[in-house]
Design a protein around this ligand. Structure first.
Ligand code: ADP
Ligand code: ADP
Length: 229
């Protein structure tokens, strides 16, 4: 049964301007679903509603069958790991940045866990190891390297649902494909929702929803959508 359900969701930031006009879609458990559409279509708004930065005017959002209107932001953050477009790193070590937000264990334990986990695949391409300082006075990371650290941080929290909000959109195509290949290897059994404006980013999603002006315009697999173009 579906993990994430948007059921006839109506929402706007300002009372006089509706942004989502009765949006309904489902993300099946373990599925890799993507939402594409032009800038301003309402894609990022979906993420903000999922984390309850805002609540819908009407309609419901369900996670594992539960209406998130009854769920705290804190528990939503445990269920959904987000990777935004421009992840912010601290001027600290790579290890600190990866362990950040995991205060349930000591820093060293978390780093040890990261060394053992699939996380390594994300950072094995970094020029230096866990103890390297990054930022102003340390190592300058490229956009792709920063996103690798940010994805590692999110994966380490082991959220059942992964929300990639234009996570690779700012990167060049080669770096993007490189990161997507790694993501594919480590998230086969995870539910993921990718928000993107390039079709190439989401080529191997099981299901793609195309959004236009706050509505779903069409849906299908990557090949089906390309055929219609
Ligand atoms: P997308 O992610 O598809 O580019 P967004 O969900 O960011 O689209 O935005 C959808 C619409 O909502 C846009 O018209 C945008 O200007 C508007 N919008 C986004 N955030 C806010 C906000 N905080 N206040 C008012 N309008 C907003
Ligand atoms: P937070 O305070 O946690 O950033 P917000 O709800 O204020 O939560 O913002 C959520 C996201 O919406 C942020 O990424 C922010 O950049 C974006 N945002 C806020 N206002 C606007 C706006 N007017 N247009 C487009 N995006 C916006």
């Amino acid at each position: 049964r579906p993990t994430v359900v948007f059921d006839d969701v109506v929402f706007g930031y300002d009372r006089d301007r509706e942004i989502l006009h009765g949006l309904s879609f489902e993300v099946p458990a373990g599925g890799h679903v993507a939402i594409v559409g032009p800038s301003g279509a309402g894609k990022s708004t979906i993420g903000r509603l999922l984390f309850r930065f805002y609540d819908p005017w009407s309609g419901r959002i369900l996670i594992d069958g539960q209406d998130i209107a009854k769920v705290t932001q804190e528990s939503l953050r445990k269920q959904i790991g987000i990777v935004p477009q421009d992840s912010v790193l601290f001027n600290e070590t790579i290890g600190y940045n990866i362990a950040y937000g995991r205060d349930d264990a000591g820093q060293d334990d978390v780093i040890a866990a990261a060394r053992d986990a699939a996380i390594l695949r994300f950072i094995e391409k970094l020029p230096k190891g866990f103890d390297t300082e990054v930022g102003e006075r340390g190592l300058k990371l490229s956009g792709g390297e920063k996103q690798r650290v940010a994805i590692a941080r999110t994966l380490l929290k082991n959220p059942p649902i992964l929300l990639l909000d234009e996570a690779t959109s700012a990167l060049d195509t080669r770096t993007e494909q490189d990161i997507l290949t790694t993501l594919r290897r480590v998230s086969r059994h995870r539910t993921s929702l990718s928000i993107a404006h390039r079709l190439s980013t989401i080529a191997d999603s099981d299901l793609i929803y195309v959004m236009h002006e706050g509505r779903l315009a069409e849906q299908g697999s990557h090949t089906e959508l390309l055929r219609k173009d």
